[in-house]
Design a protein around this ligand. Sequence first.
Ligand code: PRP
Ligand code: MN
Ligand code: MG
Length: 182
Amino acid sequence: MSVLDDDIEATVVSTEEIQSKITELAARIDADYADREPLLVGVLKGAVMFMSDLARELSRPSTMEFMACSSYGSNTTSSGVVRILKDLDRDVTGLDILIVEDIIDSGLTLSWLLKNLQARNPASVEVVALLRKPDAIKVQVPVKYVGFDIPNEFVVGYGLDYAERYRDLPYIGRLRPSVYGG
Ligand code: PRP
Ligand code: MN
Ligand code: MG
């Protein structure tokens, strides 16, 4: 982890800022779901850190599921057409789904996921995202809980990867352009 730190040129969201934001989001979610048990649906792999910290910060019970999706098309541009690599393990009819995402970039993944999950007749579907890039949005998605709006820069850490690395950094950092050939 300390070796990876050398590839980061600036901290965008510190560990402490992440932790206090999760405390704040969890309090809102606790209040909103006072009489319901949310089913947290984590989107692999980026959401794993946020999902595990958020679930432990909620003071009321929740359950967990995971989905893995992949966009068709090139690696650099998301087409909005999504393929399910790993589906939910259970029927969610009548359940209160809370989608947990690390970041909303173009919004295409989430837009597709919302439609897909809504079609399964849950009682409700909401979204909690730790990060959002307002300047990268291509499709508006209704997101109830957002941690931080950040600039449209290449960020990694706390679940977010570049070529599958840096997910294990405990903070969000801006990647040195030399790392990705910029
Ligand atoms: C990233 C991120 C979000 C999605 C956001 O996942 O974790 O899930 O992209 O992009 P969008 O708003 O433009 O659709 P990625 O597909 O890189 O998979 P990963 O979570 O396994 O890294
Ligand atoms: Mn992801
Ligand atoms: Mg990724």
